[in-house]
Design a protein around this ligand. Structure first.
Ligand SMILES: [Zn+2]
Length: 429
């Protein structure tokens, strides 16, 4: 089984291979990278005018299975990933049951076998049932295939538990991914605390609720030597804290999502529940600081926090609607539109945050081009314009604040281990 990707523009942030090249794939591995390759019996992808890069890695998604299959399944979420150019995704463990034992990790991987072939990397819970009281068995979870630990969705409130989790994760050479919000401060409030919450007469989630937890976890990482990764950074001061601890050599990394470098709290006034997300959309000063954090390298990864909900759930009033938005089918295009086409970052710097960096944080052997390595590729047109139509999503979730938006950058092929899982215009719908 051979596949030849011909004359694409290769972008390789790690190895620095660049320019128009051919890539020959054999038996699911990268066999040759070079010019004018010939392989008589290979299938050919004409990639002229297209960008070719290592397959995108999304280290923060919610697939909802088991337990909430009406929102999403591993099958529909995997197809959404493939449409978005993602070849590897890491689902958070806040399903029902929670992924908190080796048996549940194994069950998740077994279920993933029946999906389209996007590689699924389970994240195990920090605490049993995400209850925040009893630590899970990090060694057993890792042994079963978990690549990180997180109680995402339910912030770990108990500092001692987080401290112990970092110590145990360090022994397993894995990272703890932390959803940073102080539960007493944010309760179940729907929006950022500030101008918009005052306009609406609602209590809000203050920025300090995130920043206190970021500072706590950064200090715990420094003290324990364990690796902490801050999920979905949304405020200017969070970026500052992480920048300072990184400068001191602390083992801290972080991510943000397209919504946090694109949208402000004002979106709530226009889109209501569709713009409800945790942490909440913040101010324009925060958006500017997130962009600067991406540009200067403080923010390591761009993830989606893909969080599908049903139309009925998102139709509820703002105060009762669940938080979250889908993102896998728009992430690359929103990022290219907002960061590349604006000249803020070049393609290589952007792709590093969507490939090599998240793979490195999860310590998985993906996200970079290497001869003999897995042939995971994303091929896209960085300039093609399209308009977001949620009805065309493969995800069951249509809850995006980007509906109707014109974006630049379209995924053309998603290839996992030499198999084409998605090809633009070839959908079986
Ligand atoms: Zn979260």
């Amino acid at each position: 089984m051979k596949l030849l990707i011909r004359q694409g523009r290769l972008v390789d942030p790690v190895g620095g291979i660049g320019g128009v090249m051919d890539v020959l794939i054999e038996d699911g591995k990268v066999a040759v990278i070079g010019s004018d390759l010939r392989s008589p019996n290979a299938s050919v992808i004409d990639a002229r005018g297209l960008t070719v890069c290592a397959g995108l890695v999304d280290m923060h998604v919610h697939l909802r299975e088991p337990g909430f299959e009406y929102k999403e399944t591993i099958a529909t979420g995997s197809r959404a990933a493939a449409r978005g150019g993602f070849t590897s995704i890491a689902p958070m463990p806040n399903t029902r049951p929670v992924i908190d034992s080796p048996e549940r990790v194994a069950d998740l991987l077994h279920r993933a076998d029946a999906a389209c072939g996007v590689r699924i990397w389970p994240i195990g819970a920090v605490s049993v049932g995400q209850g925040g009281e009893v630590l899970t068995d990090a060694a057993a979870l890792t042994g079963a295939g978990a690549v990180a630990l997180s109680d995402d969705g339910v912030p770990v409130q108990n500092a001692n538990l987080m401290r112990d989790a970092l110590i145990r994760a360090k022994r397993q050479h894995i990272t703890v991914l932390s959803h940073c919000e102080d539960a007493d401060m944010v309760k179940n409030y729907a929006v950022n605390e500030g101008r918009v919450s005052r306009v609406l007469g609602l209590p809000g989630r203050p920025a300090i609720a995130e920043e206190l937890m970021v500072a706590r976890d950064a200090m715990l990482a420094e003290e324990t030597g364990g690796a902490v990764h801050i999920c979905h950074v949304s405020t200017a001061r969070s970026v500052d804290i992480i920048r300072q601890f990184k400068a001191r050599g602390v083992s801290i990394t972080c991510e943000t999502c397209p919504q946090y470098f694109t949208l402000t709290e004002d979106e709530i006034l226009k889109q209501g529940s569709l713009a409800r997300v945790n942490p909440p959309l913040r101010t324009s000063a925060d958006v500017a600081a997130i962009r600067e954090g991406l540009r200067d390298g403080t923010i390591d990864a761009i993830v989606t926090d893909h969080a599908p909900h049903s139309a009925e759930e998102k139709a509820r009033p703002l105060a009762d609607a669940p938080s979250g938005m889908v993102g896998m089918e728009t992430s690359l295009a929103v990022t290219l539109t907002e960061l590349y086409h604006t000249g803020i970052m070049d393609l290589s710097a952007i792709l590093r945050k969507m490939t090599a960096n998240p793979a490195y944080i999860l310590r998985i052997n993906k996200g970079r081009l290497s001869l003999g390595g897995d042939a995971d590729f994303t091929i896209f047109d960085p300039n093609e314009a399209w308009t977001v139509d949620p009805e065309k999503f493969a995800s069951k979730g249509r809850n995006t604040p980007f509906a109707g938006r014109k974006l630049y950058g379209k995924v053309k092929y998603t290839i996992v281990e030499g198999r084409i899982l998605y090809q633009d215009g070839q959908e079986d719908e």
